[in-house]
Design a protein around this ligand. Sequence first.
Ligand code: PBG
Length: 327
Amino acid sequence: MDLMQRPRRLRGNDVLRKMVRELRLDKSSLVYPMFVREGSNIREEIPSMPGQYRYSVDRMEEKLSELLDAGVQSVMLFGIPDEKDELGSGAYAQDGIAQKALRKAKQICPKMYLIGDVCMCEYTSHGHCGVLCGHEVDNDRTLELLAKTALSQAQAGADMVAPSDMMDGRVAFIRRALDAEGYANIPIMSYAVKFASSFYGPFRDAAGSAPSFGNRKSYQMDYHNRREALKEALSDVKEGADIIMVKPALAYGDLIREITDQINVPVAAYSVSGEYAMVKAAARVGFLDEEAVMCEMAAGAYRAGCGVYISYFARELAECMDQGMIG
Ligand code: PBG
């Protein structure tokens, strides 16, 4: 057979396949999202996210050390308060759960890079991501509280803040508040391209943050929109965002690519709770190979262009990178 092109020649053995591999991954790009709750001596499994736990502050150390041992050096912390109110005051309280967790983590694991998720939905009695005016989330009043939240997290030891609320103008507002108080060097990772997604279901169980009425479609994006994603990303870069996040990851590879091509700040992809839960559930009944699918999903996001990958599988991915299964 006279075939000049035989792409299979480069797939003949593992050494060669790895030699010509286009994607090289590194554990330093992984971020692990972690849930911290009030109480003591608690490590409770999240029913819809098998293998993921809510930790009380005094039990965080075991998880943080396990991550560091595996080479995962960044966590994103989500606080789960005991009490909620209309104004989500636990989000910006000096002794709020996120602030306590940040202080403790800084003290017990100074090597760990700490990212604070900035949002109100875990702290409001109605479960929306901002202050209500009637049944609407009031954008401009919410900005003040988000800025207070970000500042209190920086004061508690956050190395970076990550606003996930999707209010307009919050990046600039938070930037100014941080700068005014001497935190000009704390970066902002903006959940700029965050869709109103059903993939967040298990997270809302984990954090008890489902909205008590309505949904989040008046602030999170409509998943039919591509051009609007770019608009959100560009405007957050203008407002001072240091890293732009696309979320979820799995069904949004086109946007990870588009945004990576169009903007010049690092792009993060967040493989969310529902992505994790799907893999776990399918693996549990023997329909999928958990590890293989986890690696393939991560490679897909990196191939789409992200430089940072936020995943509940961060530790397992780091181990697979060590073993050469991925990257
Ligand atoms: C808070 C927030 C959510 C997630 C991250 N930050 C939930 C939501 O917007 O409803 C989802 C993360 C996940 O599903 O893993 N606003």
